[in-house]
Structure formats: C-alpha cells, structure tokens
Design a protein around this ligand. Structure first.
Ligand code: FMN
Length: 208
C-alpha cells in the first residue's frame, strides 16, 4: 500500500473530486452539517479574523431559487444542500476575538490595542479587505470539501453563479462577498475525470 492509501488525510485529499450528479431527496443529519461547518471554521485566517460566513441553502424552495442564480447547474437542486461561502469585507470588526484572549490572560491589553490599530489601518484599503475576504474564506471552503468527503459526502465548488442575484435573492448584507458555492450530497455518479499538470510544471525550487 502506498503512503497515500495508508494516510487518511492524504486519501481524502486525493479522493475529493467535483461531483455534479447527486442522489435526490437525501436529508443530511444536522450532526454532519455541524461537523462540516465546525471544520470550516477551524481553517487558519490572517490575524485570526475568521473572514467567513456560511449561508446554508437547504430548503426545497431555496434550492429552486438558487437554481437559475447558479445558471441552472442541476447540482444545486439535487444535492442535500449548498453552502454559500461568503467572505467578510469588514473582518477588522472581528478583533473582538482578542478581548477573550486578554480576559483569559493570554494577551496583554496594550498588545491587543496595537494589533487592532494595525488591522484597522490595513482595512483602510478596500483591496486589502477584498483580497483578505477571498483568500481566507477560500481556506474555509477547502475544509468544507475535505470534511464532507471524510464523512462520506461529495461536493462541487462553484463560481458559476450570478453574485448580484445571490446577494439580492438571499438578502446578503453589503458586509459579505460571495466567494463560492459548495454543493454537498451523496454522489449518484462519480466526478468527471480531471487530470493535473505534472508536478514538474507547478513547482519552482528556490527561485524563478
Ligand atoms: C473556484 C472554483 C469554481 C468552480 N466552479 C464550478 C462551476 O461553476 N461548476 C462546476 O460544475 N464546477 C466548478 N468547479 C469545479 C472544477 O471544474 C473542478 O474543481 C476541476 O475541474 C478539477 O476537478 P476535481 O475538482 O474533480 O478534481 C469549480 C472549482 C473551483 C475551485
């Protein structure tokens, strides 16, 4: 057996593929959804600002509303649910996370204040806010896909949707930027085969 087959994490990573055909009428147990979303929130994030919000689209009516927004890609209607991963454009407001650390004695108050100042300074730039929202929410998205796979579900990440219509249809506040949709469900058909570039073409050792 190869190391990939023996190692659960590497196996889940290599077995995750984008599934587009799902068994319909499957209800995901709440416990599974909670485990998947907890794993999502365990992703790392810059300054630990946790630049994400997960909008779970699961009722039949909401799936039908999402279908045309996702350009009629049938996986949003047929899977158990779709998680709209949203990036937080005002993640500098999440510095409240440091207050807990100060109260618990892990962080000095003056260091917290200096960090909050730095963060608010960086967030003066809309580009920093947007890049950070996308970068950090994408890490949470990958956790969703891997956690779902390890629990016996398949997923499909999707940027094929109309973000303005998603925002309007699901009352998403200005604070949040739609980053991607992820369908989660039980596969009816395996993913289309997808190749990868050879490692030799994607790796640069040392310097260009
Ligand atoms: C950001 C992103 C957007 C994607 N958007 C779509 C999409 O709208 N519809 C779709 O069917 N697949 C979509 N995919 C899936 C890709 O086509 C797929 O990940 C790629 O072909 C590699 O295949 P694999 O995921 O099965 O390994 C998207 C993937 C990513 C990462």
């Amino acid at each position: 057996m190869s190391k990939v087959e023996l190692n659960e994490t590497l196996r889940v990573i290599s077995e995750r593929h984008s599934v587009k055909k799902y068994e319909t009428g499957v209800q995901m147990p709440e416990e599974d959804l909670q485990m998947i979303l907890k794993a999502a929130g365990e992703a790392p994030s810059a300054w630990n600002l946790q630049h994400w919000k997960f909008l779970v689209i699961e009722s039949e009516a909401d799936k039908q509303k999402l279908l045309p927004i996702a350009y009629n890609q049938s996986q949003v209607a047929e899977s158990c649910l779709t998680v709209a991963v949203l990036g937080d454009l005002e993640a500098n407001r999440n510095t409240v996370i440091y207050d807990q650390a100060v109260e618990a004695g892990f962080l000095k108050a003056d260091i917290r204040d200096a960090l909050v100042g730095q963060i608010n300074g960086a967030y003066q730039s809309p580009q920093v806010a947007r890049d950070s929202a996308i970068r950090n929410a994408s890490l949470a998205a990958q956790n969703i896909m891997l956690a779902a796979k390890s629990l016996g579900y398949d997923t499909c990440p999707m940027s094929g949707f109309n973000p303005e219509q998603l925002i309007e249809g699901f009352n998403i506040p200005d604070r949040y930027l739609p980053v991607m949709l992820i369908t989660v469900g039980k596969a009816k058909e395996p993913a289309h085969p997808s190749g990868r570039l050879p490692l030799s073409e994607t790796i640069v050792r040392g310097s260009f």
